[in-house]
Design a protein around this ligand. Sequence first.
Ligand SMILES: [Cu+2]
Length: 213
Amino acid sequence: MEAGGDVFWALFNEFNLWALLVFVIVMVWMFHHSLRYRSPDGKSLANDADEFIPGVFPKENDDLRMELAWTIIPFILIIYLTFIAWGPIDELWSADPDAHEIKITASQWSWDFDCGDLDADICEVSNIDVEGQTKPLLLLKAGESYMFNMTSEDVTHAPFFLDWGLKEDIQPGMETRIYHTPSIDEIGASLLMCTEYCGKDHGYMTAVVEVHA
Ligand SMILES: [Cu+2]
């Protein structure tokens, strides 16, 4: 089974690549046209101003091919990006019946992890000091398949497994499940943060997830 995190980062990189490509094309186009189509020297805009009728597009400047191009090309790109963006959602929600279940309960403003009767080698909860504050530490094993069964005791929260690119809203009175198999590339400690504003100490609502071999 492919590691979930890799799917997210591949998508992240591909989105960045397309964003960069579109940025470069737009910038080169803009600067080229700004220079190429400047008013000739000595001819001020004030002289032409009377020729424009407000609210009427100068039809003689129309170009149907260009309008079609800048409508159809971005449309195809957006359809493509939407399509590939389904990949991580599929990964996140693909139910693995053999996954180890870990319960995550959020409340203002902390996280509670429950390993159930899983072996300590596969799932263990401890504490860790993060910038002077004691935070929960969840220890997991690389290569094991996990199902995070999550809920909230009060308001909407959203755990974000920072280095895995995993994020999901959780609601009071509702169980939300996501699946992930940490890869050997994900060995080490990473932050879990709340990414749905939930009140005063939202910014300090963190935990640490550590993957070991
Ligand atoms: Cu929050």
